[in-house]
Design a protein around this ligand. Structure first.
Ligand code: SAM
Ligand code: 2KA
Ligand code: SF4
Ligand code: MG
Length: 210
């Protein structure tokens, strides 16, 4: 049981359940290939059956950590900070991103957009999920839309989601990892037939890096 003081700080976004932090190469989407420091915040109840970080879901298993110490450490590694999870928007991202911006760091988020958009972001990667759709605000703000393709129906879902985002949003289709061999040929054909879309791969998994 978390004590009341800690719970209050987590609720205000002044502490966050921290699963892991690591310096790596952004593997996916528009910024793939760019060195970045990742902050993985615990807690998600979106429940994607193919989620590749299910250990992140239960926030209680990740230690509440003061944002000052997270930011202090992050700043020593990189100018580009990717906040992911879990679902970062489970929490108030205002205090964390304010502290990152005070250090002149670039703030990127990986989000399903299922909860209210909080925080100040230089880059928003929106990866919508059927079981908990994004909010209207995050469709307006997203810089890239990254739809995970697990089966053929996901192409239809991707088109529906593309209708919702702003006109400058860059559109990506990313194969669900466990079915990549089957789905990559379908994505390749789809992108050639519908060139407003681009392919995104989880290149870090091919590179064997975190
Ligand atoms: C683990 S999620 C965490 C951030 C946020 N909850 C979200 O879903 O955007 C990070 C990214 O990995 C993608 N992802 C998760 N599991 C995947 C899988 N098995 N194959 C491909 N992409 C996956 C998500 O769609 C998201 O774009
Ligand atoms: N290298 C690397 N790139 C990533 N891009 C998005 C990731 C995520 O899990 O949010 C991720 C990740 O886990 N590792
Ligand atoms: S929203 Fe993100 S973290 Fe949550 S289950 Fe889906 S892929 Fe995993
Ligand atoms: Mg990942």
């Amino acid at each position: 049981m978390m004590n009341m003081k800690v719970l209050e700080l987590v609720n205000k976004g002044l502490m966050l359940p921290l699963m892991e932090e690591f310096y790596t190469i952004q593997g996916e989407g528009y910024h793939k290939g760019t060195a970045a420091y990742f902050i993985r915040v615990g807690g998600c109840d979106v429940g994607c059956h193919w989620c590749d970080v299910k250990e992140s879901w239960n926030a209680d298993t990740h230690p509440p950590t003061a944002i000052e110490s997270i930011v202090e450490k992050a700043a020593t590694f990189s100018d580009t900070i990717v906040v992911t999870g879990g679902e970062p928007l489970t929490w108030d991202m205002g205090p964390l991103t304010k502290a990152l911006k005070n250090k002149n760091l670039q703030t990127h988020i990986e989000t399903s957009g299922a909860y209210e958009l909080s925080g100040t972001w230089d880059w928003i990667c929106l990866s919508p999920k059927k079981n908990k759709l994004p909010t209207a605000e995050v469709y307006r703000q997203a810089h890239e839309l990254k739809v995970i393709v697990y089966n053929k129906h996901d192409f239809l879902f991707a088109e529906e989601q593309a209708e919702q985002v702003n006109k400058d949003c860059i559109l990506y289709l990313q194969p669900e990892w466990s079915v990549r061999e089957k789905i990559i040929p379908l994505i390749v054909d789809y992108v050639m037939a519908n060139p407003k879309w681009k392919v995104s791969l989880q290149t870090h998994k091919y590179l064997n890096i975190p």
